[in-house]
Design a protein around this ligand. Structure first.
Ligand code: PLP
Length: 442
């Protein structure tokens, strides 16, 4: 099929996510290899967001492709009640990578249903119903996960399901109250959350759900002590701490799981994306020993036809093996250091760059009209003049492919990117930030 027909059919027969359908203009992709994508005119683009922050190992990874093919030759599908080698192997590999309090995995199709099942498990285990989650978080767009989500993508589900409680978490750059230290900010928010739990009734609280690092809403990294504080509230009241590692997990932050950066052990972890890097879709929920033991003699009332799909699990086994064989964490820390240095330089140089946040190869550039007032380049939830779209378009012209969210540009390349490639790509971002500077008249 030629590029024109692909685009024509896409527009005529597909409903594209999160878009006004008349406005879409998808780029047809002919090929993808490593960190690069190619269109039908053989233009090369660097995948600086790893698509939706998932192909961590880049495109066309031979080990994963071969593993999927081998599994397809043996058995493409077997129901969850049968034992199959890829599912058994992957579950063991995941538990082995998790902290020592974790025991078992329930596989799902992706991140949203991982969160849905995490919530069900917490409710069944605690016998309570209220679920706390945060404003600015994204946990998926299905009905239950959408109720966890704390930003406008949840609005179409409103008024929503009962029992979902939202709370604010620290966003150090945008705090209205100025605290003396990150720790003081964390303490304030932990105290407020504790108070909120008490007012909601701790005996009805099943879980507190956090994206360990808020991802699509701008790589908001929790200040020192914050997650420990959340952990201590959970311990005090017997509430399950659920860390959503769908985006931040699997090496993205320089540790296998983002919560390892903050010295906490969750009770439940939801994951997806980087577990198979999108070669076949897969998600899952990992639960603690206590929760696993509870379901020895209580019904686990969760089920999906494709739970632990053999092709997905085979891809997952190959993917986790690749992370180890390629010393992926070492590369993330090395290339991540270069990324951080380049971003800090940009913050110094460009009046339009208010803040840069980065950890490993997970980062966001927050654009403002004025560094002093921190007035966002585009107002929350709106971009009437398409300013962010223009900047993303300028990046694309230079072969730097990524996306924006509100007034932020996300930079989260595949974890295989080298230091040299980071430096080369960030020169393109630097050029485009001069255009942003002009837009604000500086
Ligand atoms: N949780 C987080 C933190 C995410 O970033 C996402 C997707 O971006 C999801 C959950 C939902 O995952 P999925 O799109 O696979 O349903």
């Amino acid at each position: 099929m030629d590029a024109k027909t692909i685009v024509e059919y896409h527009k005529k027969y597909n409903l594209q996510s999160w878009s006004k359908q008349a406005a879409i203009n998808p780029l047809p992709i002919k090929d993808a290899d490593g960190i690069y994508l190619y269109d039908f005119d053989d233009n090369r683009y660097t995948d600086m967001s790893s698509q939706l922050v998932n192909p961590n190992v880049g495109h066309k990874n031979r080990q994963i492709i071969d593993a999927i093919r081998e599994q397809a030759e043996k058995c493409c599908y077997i129901a969850p009640s049968y034992a199959s080698e890829p599912r058994s192997t992957l579950a063991k590999m995941i538990v082995d990578l998790m902290p020592d309090n974790m025991a078992k995995v329930f596989f799902t199709n992706g991140g949203a249903d991982a969160n849905e099942n995490a919530v069900k498990i917490a409710r069944m285990y605690t016998g309570r119903h209220k679920i706390f989650s945060r404003y600015r978080s994204y946990h998926g767009s299905t009905y239950g996960a959408g109720n966890l989500t704390g930003e406008p993508r949840r609005y179409p589900l409103e008024p929503g399901a009962p029992g979902f409680v939202k709370f604010f978490a620290p966003y150090v750059y945008r705090e209205k109250i100025k605290f003396d230290s990150e720790k003081a900010t964390a303490d304030y928010y932990v105290a407020k959350l504790r108070e909120q739990v008490i007012y909601e009734g701790p005996d009805s609280a099943a879980a507190i759900v956090v994206e360990t690092i808020t991802g699509s809403n701008g790589v908001i990294i929790p200040p020192e002590g914050y997650l420990k504080g959340v952990r201590s509230i959970c311990d005090e009241f017997g509430i399950m701490m659920i860390c959503d590692e769908v985006m931040a997990g699997w090496g993205r932050t320089g540790k296998m799981f983002a919560f390892e950066n903050f010295g906490v052990k969750p009770d439940i972890v939801s994951f997806a994306k980087g577990v198979t890097c999108g070669y076949v879709q897969l998600g899952g929920v990992c639960v603690s020993k206590d929760i696993a033991a509870f379901f020895d003699d209580h019904l686990l009332s969760c089920g999906l036809t494709y739970s632990g799909h053999p092709l997905a699990c085979a891809a997952g086994v190959a993917c986790l093996n690749y992370y180890k064989d390629a010393n992926i964490l070492e590369n993330v820390n090395k290339s991540g250091k270069a990324l951080g240095e380049c971003l800090e330089e940009m913050k110094k140089t460009h009046p339009s760059v208010g803040d840069v946040r980065y950890i490993g190869l997970f980062s966001a550039v927050e654009l403002v009209k004025d560094k002093e007032t921190r007035d966002p380049l585009v107002p929350y939830g709106k971009d009437p003049d398409g300013i962010m779209g223009k900047l993303i378009g300028e990046l694309k012209k230079r072969g730097f492919m990524t996306y924006s969210h509100e007034n932020m540009i996300i930079v989260a390349p595949p974890l295989i990117i080298t230091t040299e490639q980071i430096e080369e790509e960030l020169k393109k971002l630097d050029e485009v930030l001069y255009i942003a500077d002009e837009m604000i008249g500086k």
